[in-house]
Design a protein around this ligand. Structure first.
Ligand code: ADP
Ligand code: MG
Length: 247
């Protein structure tokens, strides 16, 4: 688990909530700069997987290794500092600040903002943030208050905020929640474009979105690994169809 191309290894992780195993000996590896999609029916343990990687939920067995270092017992802020950033299912933007300021704050790794409660110091991050504004398609909306954005735009802003942290691993839990087909397509384009610079772990269950992402897919079921393969392989797998598509 210390090979240089390997960014993250979830190694036989079990999460036991008072006798209920939300994760049960689950393993997964993610290479640097790669895109991984994790799917599975409701309750499969997908969000618990994210929570465990980022240190919000503790593994009761197994370990999580990031850049060759065992991070299983580290507090969340230490894990974030090492280069993992998570986007939640619901948009977590700061509604009373502009789109631009949301990104500038996210780009400030040392959190000076929390002390000064202003964004004037963040000028050096401006170039990076301008590039992200283009990527997320909000360049001409940068001075609008984040709270006034449409739902899909808020989701893109939050993806932009995750990108702005320069994390090596981005965890995106259902980034297309509440989106229509056109917005979903744009989100797939956006996420595909992040590969290389970042490794991305996407959790979702919208099949058309997963097809557009075209990354390697891992299927979870009842806290356990079920299958791994290309979207096409997963789509025609009878075992996956049985548990995931409910056929
Ligand atoms: P998914 O994201 O795949 O829908 P989750 O990881 O949210 O699934 O949940 C997996 C299972 O673990 C579910 O049955 C859920 O009810 C249970 N679970 C999640 N968090 C807790 C918790 N803090 N305490 C007890 N059970 C939990
Ligand atoms: Mg979930």
């Amino acid at each position: 688990l210390t090979e240089p191309h390997l960014l993250l290894a979830v190694d036989g992780v079990t999460v036991d909530f008072d006798g209920f195993k939300a994760l049960n000996g689950f393993s997964l590896t993610i290479d640097r700069g790669s895109l991984r999609v994790v799917i599975g029916p409701n309750g499969a343990g997908k969000s618990t997987l994210c929570d465990t990687i980022i240190g919000r939920v503790r593994a009761t067995d197994g370990r999580v290794v990031f850049k060759g270092e065992d991070i299983t017992q580290l507090p969340e802020f230490e894990i974030v500092r090492r280069g993992i950033c998570r986007k939640f299912q619901t948009p977590g933007v700061l509604p009373s600040l502009s789109v631009l300021d949301n990104l500038l704050i996210a780009a400030q790794k040392d959190r000076r903002w929390w002390r000064s409660f202003g964004v004037a110091e963040a000028v050096e991050e401006r170039e990076k943030v301008d590039e992200i504004l283009e990527t997320i398609g909000l360049a001409d909306r940068s001075h609008i208050l984040a709270g006034e954005l449409a739902h899909g735009e808020k989701q893109w802003l939050e993806i932009g905020m995750v990108v702005a942290t320069d994390a090596d691993l981005l965890l995106l839990d259902e980034p297309t929640a509440g989106m229509g087909p056109a917005e979903t397509s744009r989100t797939a384009d956006l996420i595909r474009g992040l590969q290389g610079r970042h490794a991305v772990l996407v959790i979702d269950h919208d099949m058309s979105f997963i097809e557009q992402l075209n990354g390697r897919v891992t299927v979870m079921h009842m806290g356990q690994f079920l299958k791994e393969g290309s979207v096409a392989e997963i789509r025609k797998d009878p075992e996956v169809a049985a548990v995931y598509l409910g056929r």
